[in-house]
Design a protein around this ligand. Structure first.
Ligand code: ZN
Length: 186
C-alpha cells in the first residue's frame, strides 16, 4: 500500500503545518499508546486536562491545578507530532466545479473542533491536496468516519469505507458531488 504520508503534497489548504519527513516505516498495526499519565496532567500543546483516566478539553485551568499538574503531551498531540501514526485516512475527490476547496477544509476543521472538544486525542494530523484529491489523516477512525459523512451531507456523494488489511487503519473515500447510487463502476 502506498502510504499517503509519502505523497508529496502541494501544501495548499493545510489545516496546520505538518512535518512530512516522517512516514510510516513499517506496516505493523497501529499501537495504542498506553502511556501512564499522572493525575492531574495538562497537555502542553492543546491544554487538555487529564484526570480520572480521561482527557478533557475546554475546561478552565485553575491556578492550583496548573502548578500541581504534570505538563505532558496528550496522546493526540504526541501523535500529531510524530507524524508517523494515524488510524484514519480520508480520500476526497473533488471534481472541477464540485465546490470551493476552502469550504471543504473549513468543514473538516469544524468537525475536528467539535470532536476535540470532548476527545482531545481525536485530531486531524494533516490535510494534503494533490491535484483534485484531498488526503486527510486522522488520529481516530471515528473522526475519519465522521469527516466523510459530514462532507457527503454538505457536498453530496456516497461515502465508502474499508479497513486496510495491512495496517488496520480505516480508509474512507468520497467523491464529492456524486449522487448516491450513481457510482461509476470500475
Ligand atoms: Zn494535546
Amino acid at each position: 500500500m502506498k502510504s499517503a504520508a509519502d505523497r508529496k503534497g502541494g501544501g495548499k489548504g493545510l489545516i496546520r503545518s505538518t512535518n512530512r519527513r516522517g512516514s510510516r516505516s513499517d506496516m505493523s498495526p497501529p499501537v495504542t499508546r498506553k502511556a501512564a499519565y499522572r493525575d492531574p496532567s495538562v497537555c502542553d500543546r492543546c491544554g487538555a486536562v487529564y484526570s480520572n483516566k480521561t482527557w478533557r478539553r475546554g475546561r478552565s485551568l485553575p491556578p492550583a491545578l496548573a502548578s500541581a499538574a504534570d505538563w505532558v503531551h496528550c496522546p493526540g498531540c504526541a501523535q500529531a507530532e510524530s507524524q508517523d501514526e494515524y488510524y484514519g485516512r480520508v480520500l476526497v475527490e473533488v471534481p472541477e466545479g464540485a465546490g470551493p476547496r476552502e469550504e471543504i477544509i473549513a468543514r473538516i476543521s469544524n468537525v475536528e473542533k467539535r470532536a476535540k472538544a470532548n476527545q482531545p486525542e481525536r485530531q486531524v494530523v494533516s490535510c494534503t491536496w494533490e491535484g483534485d484529491q484531498l488526503t486527510v489523516l486522522t488520529t481516530s477512525q471515528k473522526l475519519a468516519h465522521r469527516i466523510v459523512n459530514e462532507l457527503a451531507k454538505a457536498f453530496g456523494g456516497k461515502p465508502r469505507f474499508a479497513w486496510s488489511d495491512e495496517d488496520g487503519t480505516l480508509f474512507a473515500r468520497l467523491t464529492v458531488g456524486k449522487k448516491a447510487g450513481r457510482r461509476k463502476s470500475k
